[in-house]
Structure formats: C-alpha cells, structure tokens
Design a protein around this ligand. Structure first.
Ligand code: SME
Length: 155
C-alpha cells in the first residue's frame, strides 16, 4: 500500500469503513500473513487508540504471540484458556465488556478492562486470533464485532 496511513475522523462506523478499504488494499498488494498481521494490528491500534492490539497464532496445542502493538504480553496461551483460547476453541468471536467477569481471563495487564477476540479462519479452521484490549469497560459492541469479523475475512 503506497499511500500513508490515513486516520479516519468521525464515528466508529466511518473509521471501520476506511479501515476496511485500507486492509483491502493491503492484502491485495501483499500476501505474507505475518507482514499483513503486523500492519493490520498497527492500523487498528492507531485508528482507535486501543490499549493493546495484536494476533496470537495457532501452533500445536497453543496460541503463540504474533505481531502486536502495545505493552508486553504473554507469549503462549493454552487451548480453551482465557478469552483468546476460548475464541479458538469455540471458533467464535468473544466480546467481553468486563474482563474481571470472564472466567479464566488471562490478565497480561491490569490496565485492560474490556476485550474482543476475533478468530481468523482458513478453510474453516482457526489459524489465529485477533485480540484487542481496552483500558475502559464495555468498549466493544456489535459494530466492532461485525467490522472486525469482516476484516478478518479479508485476511
Ligand atoms: N487477556 C487475554 C490474554 C492476552 S492479553 O490480553 C494480550 C486472554 O484472556 O486470553
């Protein structure tokens, strides 16, 4: 993608609509998954100013930390553990308004208050998850779920 990252002004819908176009351009010009994960994490992170935005990739029985933006995070998460491991096990997006209410939540940072985890599927199998943490409670809703799932489909 030749053009500079443009940060959308306006509401969540407008930001996601622009992000979607940017990710479309990105994946059309680059087919390396790690490179695309790195740029998509950066684009989402800096569009919204989240606390932590990144990927965990499936490796055997664990999720292993992939490209991310934000503070240090745990490197490995077991199948079915925490929000990420649950999204992997259920192959389904997890929207968590208050991480302290999620049984087994893995606290990489005490600053994280709410979270969304979206699986990335290839041929119907979860190959990675996108994890986004917010410093605020109840940051993520159906709009985030819908757009982030669309963006993961592009990848
Ligand atoms: N909170 C996640 C762990 C990853 S960190 O938030 C970056 C979880 O419960 O799976």
């Amino acid at each position: 993608m030749a053009e500079e990252l443009h940060i959308a002004q306006g509401g969540k819908e407008e930001k996601y609509a622009l992000l979607y176009k940017q990710v479309t351009a990105l994946v059309e010009s680059e087919n390396d998954t790690i490179a695309n994960m790195a740029n998509v994490a950066a684009m989402i992170h800096y569009t919204f100013g989240f606390w932590w935005t990144g990927f965990y990739r499936v490796s055997g029985e664990q999720l292993v930390l992939g490209p991310f933006q934000g503070p240090l995070a745990c490197s490995r998460i077991a199948y079915g553990r925490g929000v990420c491991g649950t999204a992997w096990k259920e192959a389904c997006t997890q929207v968590v308004p208050d991480v302290e209410q999620f049984p087994g939540h893995i606290a990489c940072s005490s600053a994280s208050k709410s979270e969304i985890v979206v699986p990335l599927l290839k041929d119907g199998i979860v190959v990675a998850v996108l994890d986004i943490d917010s410093e605020h409670l109840a940051t993520f809703d159906e709009t985030d779920k819908l757009w982030l799932e669309r963006i993961m489909e592009l990848m």
